[in-house]
Design a protein around this ligand. Structure first.
Ligand SMILES: NC(=O)c1ccc[n+]([C@@H]2O[C@H](COP(=O)([O-])OP(=O)(O)OC[C@H]3O[C@@H](n4cnc5c(N)ncnc54)[C@H](OP(=O)(O)O)[C@@H]3O)[C@@H](O)[C@H]2O)c1
Length: 366
């Protein structure tokens, strides 16, 4: 029988506790698809995340890590109606319980943190994409138009891994219903997801005010993405509010501030640059923030959070790329900064940890 090869995370510990395991190639059961993995994303924080247990960000071990991949369908469950053997698909991590839409988790990344989501992660979907053959929920295999993406647009298969990042960014753009002609503050824009949100919002026809601390990285985004203005943060609330406001009142603000930037003044500045009835979405990893309460109340500002995206939204953003409205690959400024075998995981994590600039990614090619 043909065999599959997987990189197993035995435990979250330092030194890292991983091993390669060979198994039989799985056969798809009802509700699942077996996907031959062509390339699987390695996030920049992977080496750290697999070495340090985090109470709010757990993943079932032993298990197969890896939250998204590009692959080909090998087999599907009897309840599949559309997917075909050999078809190119994007596998994403976001799973919603089939009998309770309030239960969500991320395959190969995070168990969702609740009793029910942990059950789903541990009992049903504990294995992700760092394998030659991933077993995924049918609905998490989004079909890709290979003819258009590869032959017409000339994208390499490794470059398609960026679609998963676009999906998260699209979740925020969609949550705020960003329209053509609107002005949208987005940032920090020099990171992975903030940068992708700049690209998606601009592709929807918005003018984007991309902010961050790195002037050169912002200049690169401005040179590659249409309708982008930039603001280099000073860290001073009033100065940053004035810098955002120089472009006129903004309609919306998409925030991807990471955990390490606790209570960053730019969040209040972005809110204060919004017009009356402006909208904001919180998508980053900060635990608590100070809010300009009076301003928000007086201006009827709408603030919401957004985790990931819906099934409908991931298919919408794929269509944007297929139709050429949203670009990826080298001409868009993206770079696959490293490709590694599963066995070479130490070097892979090191390379991923260095590929932190906007547009960069590192993948396993099992
Ligand atoms: N809502 C969702 O569904 C969802 C999905 C995925 C990720 N996230 C969250 O999104 C956040 C961003 O993720 P990422 O992968 O894009 O992170 P990343 O690539 O590490 O980017 C972090 C960004 O934050 C900036 N930054 C760091 N410290 C800062 C500070 N003190 N003040 C201002 N800017 C600062 C960095 O700017 P420099 O270039 O200046 O360092 C960079 O632009 C994370 O918290 C992640 O958990 C949310």
């Amino acid at each position: 029988m043909a065999s599959s090869r997987s990189l197993i995370v035995n435990s979250i510990s330092s030194p890292l506790d991983l091993k390669i395991e060979n198994r039989d190639v799985p056969k798809a059961k009802p509700g699942t698809a077996v996907v031959q993995v062509l390339n699987a994303v390695i996030g920049p924080q992977t080496g750290f995340a697999l070495a340090h247990p985090m109470p709010n960000f757990q993943f079932p071990v032993p298990g197969i890590y890896g939250h998204s991949c590009i692959g080909r369908i090998v087999s599907v469950g009897v309840d599949s109606t559309s997917l075909k053997e050999g078809q190119l698909v994007l596998v994403d991590s976001h799973v919603t319980s089939r009998d309770d839409p309030n239960v969500e988790m991320l395959i190969g990344l995070m168990d969702g943190g609740t009793e029910k989501s942990k059950k789903l992660a541990n009992d049903a979907w504990r294995d992700g994409c760092w394998t030659t053959h991933a077993v995924v929920p049918l609905e998490n295999a989004t079909p890709l138009d290979e003819e258009t993406l590869v032959k017409q647009h000339g994208y390499e298969l490794d470059e398609l891994n960026y679609l998963a990042r676009f999906a998260v960014a699209y979740g925020g753009v969609s949550a705020l219903d960003i329209k053509a002609g609107e002005t949208v503050i987005v940032g920090p824009a020099t990171g992975g997801f903030g940068g992708a949100a700049v690209e998606v919002a601009a592709a929807r026809g918005a003018r984007v005010i991309a902010f961050g601390r790195n002037k050169d990285a912002l200049a690169k985004i401005k040179s590659l993405v249409a309708r982008v203005e930039t603001v280099v943060l000073t860290g001073d609330l009033d100065k940053d509010t004035a810098a955002f406001s120089a472009f006129g009142p903004a309609d919306a603000y998409i925030d991807f501030t990471p955990f390490q930037a606790q209570d960053a003044p730019h969040i209040g500045a972005g809110i204060k640059a919004l017009r009356r009835r402006g909208r904001m979405v919180l998508m980053g990893g900060v635990s608590t923030i100070s809010l300009p309460y009076w301003f928000i109340m007086l201006n009827s500002i709408e603030i919401k959070g957004r985790w990931m995206y819906s099934r409908k939204e991931i298919r919408e953003v794929v269509k944007m790329v297929e139709t050429g409205v949203l670009k990826l690959g080298k001409t868009a400024g993206h770079e696959v900064a490293g490709k590694f075998s599963l066995e070479d995981w130490k070097n892979a994590f090191e390379a991923a940890g260095k590929a932190t600039s906007w547009g960069q990614s590192v993948v396993f090619t099992p």
